[in-house]
Design a protein around this ligand. Structure first.
Ligand code: GTB
Length: 212
């Protein structure tokens, strides 16, 4: 069955791979599933046809036969459940890998989004400069323990998993801030993720769209 995802017609990041279709592309590349991409404009995202797929009018979405999904956590989990390569077979190891997916999305990503949003959308507000140190410390409060837990391991729970895919995707958003470099093992972890052939294919595919 053909898999179709949606992505920005033109990502505001100009192809840095930060829009969330990249993590879905990456998951599909890791498990070797071909996919098609339907590009949507900001206007089309808020129109009924897209809203039927995504109630919040966002990308990415995922369609496969009569199944339509939104939310990257749910999409990557679905891909990892259906295809070998992103979740271990052992039940406990699998549960731990899934836990890291949730940790990436629910615990690590929120303060990162707060920081990025303050910079991009509220940079001109009078309170932003005062808030920045606080927002950066909230990010550090997550990266510190994550760095300790990772230690000198290659991945979070043994072999690379959907948990690492999601955590690396979330951490990538921090690169421009310089905060990631305060944690050399996390910076190296992210670099290992980016060096995976599947990530490179996903990155190149979104770059091709955004540099047309
Ligand atoms: N929780 C949802 C998920 O994980 O799928 C969040 C989806 C989401 O935030 N989608 C964004 C979107 O559609 C694109 S990825 N925004 C349009 C809208 O809400 O109207 C977020 C994103 C956007 C831009 C950059 N960038 O330019 O660097 C990075 C990430």
């Amino acid at each position: 069955m053909t898999i179709t995802i949606t992505a920005f017609e033109r990502s505001p990041d100009g192809g840095k791979g930060l829009a969330r279709d990249t993590r879905v592309r990456w998951a599909l590349e890791e498990v070797g599933q071909p996919y098609e991409v339907r590009l949507v404009s900001f206007r089309a995202m808020k129109e009924p046809a897209h809203l039927a797929l995504h109630p919040f009018g966002q990308i990415p979405t995922y369609e496969e036969g009569d199944l339509a999904l939104f939310e990257t956590g749910a999409i990557v989990f679905h891909i990892a459940e259906r295809h070998a390569g992103l979740l271990p077979d052992n039940a406990n190891a699998r549960a731990r890998a899934i836990t890291w997916m949730f940790a990436a999305l629910n615990t690590v990503e929120p303060p990162i989004l707060e920081l990025v949003t303050a910079k991009i959308l509220e940079g001109d507000k009078p309170w932003t400069a005062e808030r920045m140190p606080l927002l950066k410390d909230r990010v550090r409060a997550r990266l510190g323990p994550l760095s300790v837990r990772l230690g000198d391991a290659e991945w979070l729970e043994g072999a690379f998993s959907a948990g690492d895919l999601m955590m690396v995707s979330v951490l990538l958003r921090l690169r421009a801030s310089g905060i990631l470099d305060e944690y050399p093992n996390l910076a190296a972890y992210v670099a290992r993720g980016e060096a995976r052939p599947a990530y490179k294919r996903a990155f190149d595919a979104q770059l091709a769209v955004n540099t047309r």
